[in-house]
Design a protein around this ligand. Structure first.
Ligand SMILES: *[C@@H]1O[C@H](CO)[C@@H](O)[C@H](O)[C@H]1NC(C)=O
Ligand SMILES: *[C@@H]1O[C@H](CO)[C@@H](O)[C@H](O)[C@H]1NC(C)=O
Ligand SMILES: *[C@@H]1O[C@H](CO)[C@@H](O)[C@H](O)[C@H]1NC(C)=O
Ligand SMILES: *[C@@H]1O[C@H](CO)[C@@H](O)[C@H](O)[C@H]1NC(C)=O
Ligand SMILES: *[C@@H]1O[C@H](CO)[C@@H](O)[C@H](O)[C@H]1NC(C)=O
Ligand SMILES: *[C@@H]1O[C@H](CO)[C@@H](O)[C@H](O)[C@H]1NC(C)=O
Ligand SMILES: *[C@@H]1O[C@H](CO)[C@@H](O)[C@H](O)[C@H]1NC(C)=O
Ligand SMILES: *[C@@H]1O[C@H](CO)[C@@H](O)[C@H](O)[C@H]1NC(C)=O
Ligand SMILES: *[C@@H]1O[C@H](CO)[C@@H](O)[C@H](O)[C@H]1NC(C)=O
Ligand SMILES: *[C@@H]1O[C@H](CO)[C@@H](O)[C@H](O)[C@H]1NC(C)=O
Ligand SMILES: *[C@@H]1O[C@H](CO)[C@@H](O)[C@H](O)[C@H]1NC(C)=O
Ligand SMILES: *[C@@H]1O[C@H](CO)[C@@H](O)[C@H](O)[C@H]1NC(C)=O
Length: 431
């Protein structure tokens, strides 16, 4: 059986390429099949056939479940649908997912819908160095080297796996969510073997930004706005584990919709443009940290861990401010840096305690030296600390279960009801 007749029977994929297009057609509309207008690809031969005929694919390129080895599609610049993979789950002869080792689309500039190359454990490299625009979502897992250096915008970007280089040099705007996690399955309790330097030098706006894993550097000089589109409650979450000390600076960040949480071995922290932290801010550090928080107003602020120094030179109003240091923090100095500790709920204490302050008790500063008072404050503080922990834990569990539910971004079909034209639905409805 020849290649094209086999596919005519199966998906009629190559039929249109081989017969109906006599000219060296650059514009190819794949035949309509199970997954809409799509070339269904099971071998490199099929890709070569597409590459020799098409620069624009008016539809999708679908990697089929039994694809193995390298996947290379040169020449194609425009895929109006998706670049994705599909399986047929009720066919026992087919694997659950394809096993491409590398995916290389060197000329691709535009994908109208999505790049779904998630959940492919065999994948080592993903390279699309000219890809500038993706209409909806980019999901890639497992690859160690990911090259998306030209990508400027998308609705969603998602990566989970043992990444060592992730190039997103040009990424400016991700309207819904950036999710990057450099550990297997992003599971809690896993610490990756190697730390990773993440640079998002152009990123300015993200709906939500969630970074988890093991980082040795994070570079986001242009980040200005966590705009909270559909993931309003997600905000900005950064968590690193594994022992590296990381210096964080977000020089332009001035707006976060949704909570901001930073957790890990933080050696220094600066966010000098943030004045109105209109939602919650939590900072937890395992490294000694002397930090200045520039906010003028905030809802709640929770600062925990090995805080050695803490000042709030501008803070005028807040709803809740809780500080608990595991080391010898000078709470008095912190309190003095606050304009208005008596007007709003405030507590500051530390484990190696000789001084504690609480704006809730009158004359907190005066009472510090008095043993009985300190004990009283400690009890109050401990109760507060425990309830904070309980609340945090409940919130964490809640947000983690949400995270798992929402780990895969919605497809065009799922999101259609919200904000997409109906004709996109057929192309990418999930199995
Ligand atoms: C094939 O397409 C090219 C440009 O796309 C055109 O110049 C040429 O005339 C076409 N040939 C035939 C046989 O249609
Ligand atoms: C592109 O594909 C769509 C079907 O998805 C079809 O309606 C349209 O005519 C095609 N465009 C061209 C120029 O062939
Ligand atoms: C992939 O599966 C299809 C349908 O089951 C089959 O026709 C095709 O020959 C398989 N391709 C390879 C490379 O195994
Ligand atoms: C890709 O092709 C589609 C269909 O012809 C077109 O509408 C779109 O503008 C093209 N995109 C780019 C970047 O060339
Ligand atoms: C895949 O990644 C390895 C390691 O970085 C590299 O040596 C190899 O050239 C890459 N292959 C492709 C096709 O990019
Ligand atoms: C990723 O790294 C972890 C340890 O850091 C290792 O156990 C796991 O096998 C790796 N996964 C892959 C897919 O290479
Ligand atoms: C943040 O970005 C959103 C969406 O682009 C925009 O509506 C909002 O005005 C921006 N906010 C700030 C403070 O720049
Ligand atoms: C982090 O900043 C401190 C000073 O605040 C500096 O001594 C240290 O070298 C920096 N570490 C890195 C990894 O940049
Ligand atoms: C701070 O942000 C909140 C919520 O967005 C808003 O209600 C408040 O007016 C802002 N304050 C200033 C001074 O802009
Ligand atoms: C504070 O530092 C000590 C020693 O480096 C460490 O054992 C402890 O776990 C740290 N505290 C927190 C809350 O991470
Ligand atoms: C923290 O830094 C400030 C100035 O940046 C300094 O005045 C203060 O002494 C430092 N505190 C500690 C405990 O190192
Ligand atoms: C303290 O807070 C009260 C109540 O919000 C306000 O009236 C007062 O001006 C504040 N004082 C200072 C120094 O900010």
């Amino acid at each position: 059986m020849t290649l094209s007749s086999r596919w005519m029977l199966l998906f009629a994929t190559l039929a249109s390429l081989a017969s109906t297009q006599t000219n060296e057609t650059e514009f190819c509309t794949p035949p309509y099949g199970t997954w809409g207008n799509a070339y269904v690809v099971d071998t490199q031969d099929v890709l070569d056939e597409i590459a020799s005929h098409c620069t624009t694919v008016n539809g999708s390129v679908v990697m089929f479940a039994n694809y193995t080895g390298a996947f290379s599609l040169p020449n194609v610049r425009n895929i109006t649908g998706s670049l994705e993979w599909r399986s047929v789950l009720d066919d026992p002869n087919l694997p659950e997912e394809p096993s491409p080792t590398e995916i290389d689309v060197p000329d691709l500039e535009y994908v109208g819908s999505s790049v779904y190359m998630n959940s492919l454990p065999a994948l080592r490299n993903f390279s699309a160095p000219k890809l500038r625009t993706v209409g909806w979502s980019v999901s890639i897992d497992y690859a160690v080297d990911v090259d998306l250096r030209a990508l400027e915008s998308a609705e969603y970007i998602q990566y989970t796996g043992n990444v060592s280089t992730l190039r997103l040099d040009s990424l400016r705007e991700v309207r819904q969510r950036v999710f990057i996690c450099n550990k297997d399955a992003c599971s809690e309790g896993v610490t990756p073997n190697t730390a990773f330097k993440l640079s998002l030098p152009s990123l300015s706006v993200a709906g939500a930004l969630e970074l988890d894993g093991r980082y040795s550097a994070l570079d986001m000089p242009q980040l200005a706005n966590i705009s909270g589109q559909d993931f309003a409650a997600r905000g900005f979450r950064f968590a690193t584990s594994g022992g590296e000390v990381i210096n964080l600076t977000f020089p332009k960040l001035s707006y976060v919709r949704g909570e901001m949480t930073v957790n890990g071995g933080i050696g220094s922290f600066a966010m000098e443009s943030m004045r109105n932290m209109s939602t919650g801010f939590t900072l937890i550090t395992s490294e000694p940290l002397n930090v200045t928080i520039p906010f003028e107003e905030a809802t709640y602020i929770d600062i925990y861990g090995n805080i050695t120094g803490l000042r709030f030179p501008n803070l005028k109003s807040w709803e809740q401010l809780r500080i608990h240091s595991g080391v010898d923090l000078d709470c008095e100095a912190t309190t003095e840096s606050l304009a208005n500790t008596t007007a709003y709920p405030y507590s500051c204490w530390h484990s190696e305690d000789s001084s504690s302050s609480s704006g809730l008790s009158t004359g907190a500063k005066a009472g510090i030296g008095v043993g009985a008072c300190v004990a009283g404050i400690l009890v109050v503080g401990l109760v507060a600390w425990l309830s904070v922990r309980r609340r945090k834990r409940a919130e964490r569990l809640k947000s983690e279960s949400n995270m798992h539910l929402e780990e895969t971004p919605p497809t065009y079909g799922e999101a259609r009801a919200q904000d997409l034209p109906p004709d996109y639905a057929t192309t990418v409805s999930r199995d």
